[in-house]
Write a protein of this length. Structure first.
Length: 177
């Protein structure tokens, strides 16, 4: 959803609180799509500071489905975000490329709320999500989810790097004197 910020840029002291829905059904990050399973309305406070400056503060709570890093089962991962931004508009006739580079969610005096929240999500994305701390993951041999079924595959494979180290030790085992 987009909000017209024009009145805030000109009116110092004008403050409005808003509740705005997060409308994206999924969030794209690093080439992956994460479904939004739950989203509360985004709380926003916009204040005109005068002189073409305004501040935006607020909070958002939403839940993304992120695949478990080991077995790929979707995990409901809740986010609680809070943010504060200071936006300066370019004067009439000035290029405002700099402003748009820094704040991709404000363009032509329009605030893109979905984009704002997405930017906050990107910096809060977890390194790795696990469905449970002791997730057994997917069997590399047969592909089954080892949390659900013990496939009984023999997963012992000598590590080629270990074999190399062993060879080195054996080769250099003679007395060097
Ligand atoms: Zn898992
Ligand atoms: Zn298996």
């Amino acid at each position: 959803m987009q909000i017209d910020l024009t009145e805030f840029f000109s009116a110092a002291g004008l403050t409005k609180e808003m509740e705005v829905p997060f409308e994206q059904k999924e969030v794209c990050w690093n080439g992956e799509q994460y479904p939004v399973s739950e989203a509360l309305p985004v709380q926003l406070t916009v204040t005109g500071e005068g002189g073409g400056v305004l501040s935006i503060s607020g909070s958002a709570r939403l839940t993304l489905e992120i695949p478990c890093g080991r077995c790929l089962t979707p995990v409901a991962y809740p986010f609680t975000l809070s943010f504060e931004h200071r936006i300066e508009t370019a004067n009439e006739g000035e290029e405002d490329t700099e402003a748009t580079d820094e704040q991709p969610f404000v363009l032509n005096h329009l605030l893109d709320v979905d984009r704002l929240v997405s930017e906050e999500l990107y910096v809060n994305m977890p390194m790795k999500v696990l469905c449970k701390p002791d997730c057994l993951g997917i069997c590399p041999k047969c592909g089954c989810n080892r949390n659900i079924r013990d496939c009984g595959c023999d997963l012992f494979e000598p590590d080629p790097r270990m074999a190399l180290i062993r060879d080195l030790f054996q080769g250099g085992g003679e007395n060097g004197s």
